[in-house]
Write a protein of this length. Structure first.
Length: 363
């Protein structure tokens, strides 16, 4: 709804444009109104009195419920036998008794007017799932993801436990440990060792550590360690593995490697040796598809821009040598500046991009 002062201002601007030679339809289109809207303002004193719709007095419909009928609807809805029923069940039960008072929507409307549309009955009303927490990384050591996975032993029923921390921006595995038991002390020790190795004590803004809702990662021992380190914990929604998709994808890559033993690990030493070899391969040899096929170590150390620029120059040169072999542009080797975890909340992403664009350049 356009206020009176805005109406007058728009009408004056349209008149000036029209007198200067602009078509009335085009002038109205520029200010965002239809030409019929302007005609209605001019014909019904809309430029003197403003919009009268909010103050209009609407006549009561002839078929509206009387005060007695509305009170009867409210009384029936609050009877003991209907006290825990929604309107859909109330009108159905009345119909089976041969009684019709009002429609289901009328019951809802009357109950809403009296503040009685809350959940009826002893069962708790269903609650909508909270949206996933969106984290944005524009550089290494801003957002970490961690999780634990099982490594089978050759003895049936025995497992080893791989704890792992992944840097969201670079995809580098910045910390890992393998143990023969699931204990919160192991997770706390891994968080401390990773924080020291990455030097986050010198950072003003400490990283976010995102994990699932497992009891180990939410234990008091782990939370106390994270608080001491200044690391902010974050958790996925219950039973939603996609909220921690980067680590889940990493575990799949690990367990489909040719070196992964099909019959399990002989002992703890074998499991730790395999994990160390995998982490070295993943960080320094594996060209990750999510970061333009550079290695996580290159991206973590800031060397990926140079690699991508060299690839772009090579492809450009190849296109110039044989232009008929290139129907369109060359392959996209542009740098990925922003990585998001659960990017449903666009306002968080927009704010992170704005901060990144306003940061002063290094001297």
């Amino acid at each position: 709804m356009i206020g009176l002062e805005d109406r007058r201002s728009l009408a004056q601007d349209i008149q000036i444009a029209n007198e200067a030679g602009a078509r009335l339809h085009e002038a109205c289109k520029v200010v965002g109104i239809h030409v019929r809207t302007l005609q209605r303002w001019q014909a019904s004193e809309g430029l003197q009195r403003g919009d009268g719709r909010p103050h209009a007095v609407h006549p009561t419909p002839a078929h509206a419920l009387s005060a007695e009928e509305r009170q009867q609807v409210l009384h029936v809805a609050n009877e003991p036998r209907f006290a825990d029923m929604p309107p859909a069940r109330i009108v159905t039960a009345l119909a089976d008794d041969g009684v019709y008072l009002a429609s289901e929507s009328t019951f809802c409307r009357v109950l809403r007017e009296h503040g009685q549309v809350q959940h009826r009955g002893r069962a708790k009303a269903p609650r909508a799932n909270r949206p996933p927490t969106t984290h944005v990384a524009t550089a290494p050591r801003q957002v970490w993801c961690w999780d634990m996975t099982y490594l089978p032993a050759q003895v049936a029923g025995r497992w080893f436990y791989l704890y792992l921390i992944l840097d969201l921006y670079s995809r580098k595995i910045v910390g890992f440990e393998v143990h023969d038991g699931d204990d919160a002390t192991h997770a706390a020790h891994l968080a401390r060792r990773t924080a020291l190795a990455e030097g986050i004590h010198a950072q003003a803004d400490k990283p976010v550590l995102h994990g699932d809702n497992g009891a180990t990662l939410k234990a008091t021992t782990v939370l106390a360690m994270l608080h001491w380190l200044g690391v902010k914990p974050s958790y996925s929604r219950p039973r939603v593995s996609d909220d921690n998709a980067f680590v889940e994808s990493l575990f799949r890559t690990a367990k489909y490697r040719p070196e992964y033993p099909e019959r399990g690990f002989a002992d703890l030493h074998a499991a730790r040796q395999w994990a160390a070899n995998f982490v070295h391969w993943y960080n320094h040899e594996h060209r990750h598809s999510g970061i333009r096929y550079v290695t996580p170590a290159q991206r973590h150390e800031g060397l990926d821009r140079e690699v991508l620029q060299a690839r772009h120059a090579l492809y450009t040169q190849a296109r110039e040598l044989n232009p008929r072999r290139w129907s369109r542009h060359t392959r996209d080797w542009s740098h990925i500046d922003v990585v998001t975890l659960n990017p449903e909340r666009t306002e968080v992403l927009d704010a992170a991009i704005k901060r990144m664009n306003t940061q002063p350049l290094a001297a």
